[in-house]
Design a protein around this ligand. Structure first.
Ligand SMILES: *[C@@H]1O[C@H](CO)[C@@H](O)[C@H](O)[C@H]1NC(C)=O
Length: 342
């Protein structure tokens, strides 16, 4: 069904695109946009300096923290379990996600009215969307892993065998990439004819859709579908998994056993709450429809979305390593081996 709907939507978009381009060739005085301008924080030089330093610092922390976690999950044989393999993927994802937007954001702080080509914008949009969608799916895969570990401990090695967890990780990446390819091509196929100033730091899909001079209803429908599949379903899935997990934990007779069981899933639960909490905070809160000029409120909105893009990737490795003995030991071993080798 979804495939049919998506195909219909893309057919309609293609048709309206061709109709509009015929209209232009017939002499309407409209130009076709070949590049976009990123407004960023233009007009606030002091804020630009402060946020340049802040975002650069956070980006370096993200690279360092997630980099260490990836190295540790690949090289430490104590961490060869599905959970740490997912964690390594999550860290890799966080690095890719921030790398797809932070360099552009920093550049937009240095260059007022930063110009980005049409195709550059499409690539950036694709990468950010793909990483975001992949992260949603990966987090629900991790919830399933915790569920099996706690509720079906005896069958865990059978259920979560290597084939299963490798295809779960691969499936997350593939699903995220496909949905992003669909959404990005639907958005970039729209006609853009005059206004090319994106009131954002990056080519965020909603900010770009606002500039299209055609009916964006098909895009809104397909975005809503993607939101249901990649946000609502995973949240429900994670929520139901945790209902089972908590009810199993509460039935464990000893306090020590309960604490141990809870500690295996508390890190994942924290990441889930931070990740979805920020997404819902960003998208669900009421937005002012007024797009005239750059109001104060507008700046606050942009800064909030900027922060939430970097806060979760920065805290993921901290949450895992601070709360987790195995990771701490592995990091210590890694450092120790390095020092010893020198
Ligand atoms: C991601 O997951 C796959 C499959 O589980 C694993 O082989 C790979 O090492 C992981 N990648 C990282 C960077 O941890």
């Amino acid at each position: 069904h979804m495939v049919v709907i998506v195909c219909n939507i893309s057919l309609r978009t293609v048709c309206s695109y061709y109709l509009l381009s015929i209209y232009w060739e017939m002499g309407a005085n409209q130009t076709i946009v070949t590049e976009f301008v990123l407004l960023g924080l233009s007009g606030h030089p002091r804020l630009e300096t402060i946020f340049f330093v802040l975002v650069l610092w956070m980006y370096l922390v993200i690279l360092l923290g997630n980099g260490i976690l990836i190295i540790v999950t690949i090289y430490d044989s104590h961490l060869y379990t599905p959970m740490y393999s997912f964690l390594g993927n999550l860290s890799f994802l966080d690095i890719c996600y921030t790398t797809s937007s932070v360099p552009l954001i920093l550049d937009s702080f240095l260059t007022p009215r930063k110009i980005i080509s049409f195709s550059g914008c499409a690539v950036q949009m694709f990468l950010s969307f793909a990483m975001g969608a992949t992260e949603c799916v990966l987090l629900s895969m991790m919830a399933f892993d915790s569920y099996v570990a706690i509720c079906k401990p005896l069958r865990y090695p059978v259920i979560m065998n290597k084939d299963t967890y490798v295809s779960m990780a691969a499936g997350s990446w593939i699903a995220g990439d496909i949905t992003s390819a669909v959404q990005t091509s639907l958005a970039m196929k729209l006609p853009f004819c005059g206004d090319n100033v994106i009131n954002h730091f990056t080519c965020e899909i909603l900010a770009v859709l606002k500039l299209a001079c055609a009916d964006i209803l098909p895009n809104v429908i397909s975005m809503t579908l993607a939101d249901v599949i990649f946000l609502v379903f995973p949240v429900l899935f994670i929520f139901i998994s945790y209902v089972f997990i908590l009810s199993t934990i509460l039935r464990i007779p000893s306090a020590e056993g309960r604490r141990k069981a809870f500690s295996t899933c508390s890190a994942h639960l924290t990441v889930v709450i931070v990740f979805y909490g920020t997404i819902f905070f960003m998208y669900v809160k009421p937005k002012s429809k007024d797009s005239l000029g750059v109001s104060k409120e507008d700046i606050t909105d942009k800064l909030i979305s900027l922060f939430y893009g970097v806060v979760t990737p920065m805290f993921n490795p901290l949450i895992y390593s601070l709360r987790n003995k195995d990771v701490k030991t592995a990091v210590k071993n890694l450092m120790g081996r390095k020092l010893f080798a020198e």
